[in-house]
Design a protein around this ligand. Structure first.
Ligand SMILES: Nc1ncnc2c1ncn2[C@@H]1O[C@H](COP(=O)(O)OP(=O)(O)OP(=O)(O)O)[C@@H](O)[C@H]1O
Ligand SMILES: [Zn+2]
Length: 748
């Protein structure tokens, strides 16, 4: 109900307001008379017993009888959401089959969660010096000399005193306060600040990409080039073109850990850092970036996948760096692939999109080969530097000592690198100390109480941890099963254990372990990466965090401790992923003046992935993988979608999953898709439904999981089929949930 007397005046218009909660539908409200409201405007409107912020999605004339609707409470003065961004949000919601409100949430969390801007106070010299002088006071006055305005905190820092000293000087009139304008979201970047001398190949590539930006039309270009070939330098030129035109660019990175080095590199090229966007940026800063982008004041953003939903006012370019990286797939909440959605956003904004990688995904390569995407290649490293020499260490023939993981040959290579004053890197994609703990006396294995997973021993934290749900418990002295004391044994290596071995093997080497689960977050990591680049350590030990994108000038030897880890996962992309990861990590070696060498420890040197890696014949590997995908109808030649049914117990989840599968075969025929009969061989144009099967990780966070997988031809309406199925199938109740994962990347 509108308030008294409002009904007449507001009978005119209805606003459909999308609220950032897990709902697909917009709520309808009457527009109060005199409120100037248009689609895209942010408003506050009653939702249940509270007021919620939302976005006007549509304005329409009120039909008769609409007067019992509540009315919009207030219009907020945030920059409105542009039609193109609203279209993108609708698109992502439809594609991922997620409620629109949830997608909206990813786009508007920033302005709504920030408090008011803090007032920044500056001080400068004013009156005569105070009556009473102290050493701290004279330091402040000396620092403030010249009459410049300082932020209060900066002056306190410069004078090495507390803010109280400054307040005292203000009280006595020696300093005066001045309100400062809010800190800008980012300083302007200068496209001509430090343009590099590009090599001929690089210049050619840069020209093509620059032309794509200038075309002011949608395009996608794969920028492919071996590690260290200068892809970053080249796409910087495309960004420069956007900035020169006064337009905007977005650079997506798979991991926050990567952004630190990138920001510095960017600043060296453009004279200022880009705006940063990821979960570690504070709420107020984010709100500032959000509004500044909407107003067109900020030109370049570097960020994680959530930056895709930012309100760019004039987006000329999207760069997806390391486009093959699996971290671009978001798995929880709205599950979407940021690389694919970047292409969609680019299409809607008529932007140029650059997908950069040394090891492109098969999807992207096929798109380039089939002419849907452009392709630009850099064939050699910058300055003709050699790619690292790769050799396999066959662990069956050259095993390390018992309970050890570093083979004699790798040890020798590292030793001589240290002697030459160079760095080594040991790569092991396993966090913690050991992936499994068991009792030597009874064989008891420590398992997570909530998940089908072993607990990982983390010695630094003195705990056993589940990597799926975060469950954590103390590592006991006594076996909980047989009560034997001191019989627990760590099985297999993690980076922490490797560090222990390295300390024994190379007692004089300064070692640094990098793992995403260490406390201190991105700040600590950033310091550590800087320290490594400065040569403050000899041996780097790390998980996949160290594999990507870093430039370590002194690094010459890379050792892959267990190259086989990812190969047996049963994931259709296992070979591709392993190949990419190993190619990336070995590509960290010898990027500057030292020749690089990589030793790959494996039990299966004859595996196609290892053969391709060692021979350097990527093309052959890609060709074989691509043909296998084609034969199997897997992406990108076919499409996949997973339905993950979970429940509090196995029976309810399984029953529901089976009922869903049955319902699929009872759906009426559709003009946009056809379902292959159960158990029958699918024809080329048919969707095939597989499962349900218990998920490989059957229980996560206490929820029992069953999976259905739908595989469809490329052009079939897979979402249409799923929508029909979910509408017609049994309703999920009794704690059962169904999650949809379009183009799943994980099959666990
Ligand atoms: N034209 C150039 N002028 C000066 N330095 C360059 C040039 N091209 C490349 N470099 C330098 O060579 C190194 C490798 O370049 P860059 O990081 O751009 O390669 P990349 O292809 O992005 O590598 P990766 O795929 O491994 O991340 C960097 O230190 C970069 O600054
Ligand atoms: Zn768990």
């Amino acid at each position: 109900m509108g308030k008294d007397g409002e009904d007449d005046k507001s009978a005119g218009r209805i606003a459909d307001v999308l609220v950032p909660v897990a709902l697909d539908a917009a709520f309808s409200y009457t527009v109060p008379a005199g409120m100037d409201l248009a689609p895209g405007d942010f408003v506050e409107a009653p939702l249940g017993s509270r007021l919620a912020a939302g976005v006007v999605w549509d304005i329409r004339p009120a039909p008769p009888g609409a007067s019992n609707l509540k009315s919009v409470a207030a219009k907020l003065d945030w920059p409105p959401l542009q039609p193109r961004l609203r279209k993108f949000i609708d698109w992502v919601a439809r594609w991922t089959m997620s409620p629109r409100g949830m997608v909206l949430r990813m786009g508007v969390r920033a302005p709504s969660h920030a408090g008011p801007e803090p007032v920044r106070v500056g001080v400068r010299l004013a009156g005569p010096p105070p009556q009473r002088m102290t050493p701290a006071r004279s330091r402040v006055l000396a620092a403030a000399e010249g009459g410049l305005i300082f932020p209060k905190s900066a002056l306190a820092e410069a004078a090495a005193c507390s803010a109280g000293v400054i307040d005292g000087l203000v009280d006595e009139g020696a300093l005066e306060t001045i309100a400062l304008p809010p800190e800008p979201a980012a300083l302007p970047c200068d496209s001509g600040y430090a343009a590099p001398d590009l090599e001929p190949d690089q210049a050619r590539a840069a020209e093509i990409l620059t032309a794509a930006v200038r075309a002011r039309a949608f395009s996608v270009t794969l920028l492919e080039g071996v590690t260290g070939s200068g892809k970053t330098e080249v796409y910087f030129e495309a960004i420069a073109a956007a900035v020169r035109d006064g337009r905007q660019a977005l650079v997506l990175m798979p991991e926050i850990a990567l952004t630190a080095q990138f920001l510095d590199r960017f600043a060296a090229r453009f004279g200022a850092r880009p705006a940063e966007w990821h979960s570690a940026v504070g709420a107020r800063k984010r709100a500032r970036v959000w509004s500044a982008l909407a107003r067109g004041e900020v030109k370049v953003v570097a960020g994680a996948r959530s930056a895709l939903y930012l309100p760019f006012s004039d987006l000329a370019l999207i760069v997806v760096d390391e486009e093959h990286d699996a971290a671009y797939k978001q798995e929880d909440g709205v599950s979407y692939h940021a690389r694919d959605m970047a292409v969609v956003r680019g299409q809607i904004e008529a932007s140029a999109v650059i997908l950069a990688s040394a090891t492109p995904s098969i999807e992207t390569r096929v798109n380039a080969e089939q002419g849907r995407y452009g392709r630009v290649r850099l064939d050699g490293r910058y300055k003709g530097r050699a790619l690292p020499r790769l050799t396999a260490v066959d662990m069956r023939l050259e095993p390390p000592g018992r309970g050890k993981w570093i083979s004699p040959r790798l040890k020798a290579a590292l030793t001589s690198a240290f002697e030459r004053g160079e760095q080594g890197l040991l790569f092991l994609n396993r966090r913690g100390y050991a992936p499994l703990t068991l009792c030597r006396s009874c064989g008891h294995r420590f398992q997570c109480p909530n998940c089908t997973a072993w607990l990982v021993d983390h010695r630094f934290r003195r705990a056993l941890v589940c990597h799926h749900c975060g469950h954590i418990e103390r590592r006991p002295q006594m076996c909980p099963n047989c009560e034997a004391v001191d019989q627990l044994s760590a099985c297999g290596p993690g980076v922490e254990r490797l560090a222990e071995e390295a300390a024994e093997t190379f007692p004089d080497a300064r070692t640094m372990v990098l793992s995403s689960d260490f406390p201190g977050g991105s700040k600590r990591l950033r310091n550590e990466l800087d320290a490594i680049a400065q040569g403050e350590c000899d041996l780097i030990i790390g998980t996949q965090l160290v594999a990507k994108g870093h430039n370590f000038p002194l690094l010459s030897v890379v050792g892959v401790i267990d190259a086989d880890i990812g190969l047996s996962s049963g994931d259709p992309r296992a070979a591709e992923r392993t190949f990419q990861l190993l190619q990336q990590v070995t590509g960290r070696a010898g990027r500057f003046d030292t020749r690089g060498e990589a030793l790959v420890q494996t039990f299966q040197p004859e595996h196609p992935v290892m053969r391709a890696l060692l021979s350097g014949d990527c093309e052959k590997f890609y060709l074989e993988e691509t043909q296998q995908r084609l034969r199997a109808g897997l992406p990108p030649f076919g499409r996949l979608a997973a339905l993950i049914v979970s429940g509090k117990d196995a029976a309810s989840a399984e029953t529901h999953a089976r009922a869903l599968a049955r319902a699929a075969y009872e759906l009426p025929p559709s003009p946009t898709w056809r379902l292959a009969p159960a158990g029958g061989l699918p024809r080329d144009d048919e969707i095939r439904l597989l499962g349900p099967a218990e998920a490989p990780i059957a229980i996560i966070r206490g929820r029992h999981r069953f999976r259905l997988l739908a595989r469809s031809p490329r052009n079939a309406d897979l979402q249409g089929f799923l929508r029909a199925l979910l509408a017609a199938g049994p309703k999920a109740r009794g704690g059962v949930g169904v999650a949809v994962d379009i183009e799943p990347q994980s099959f666990l």
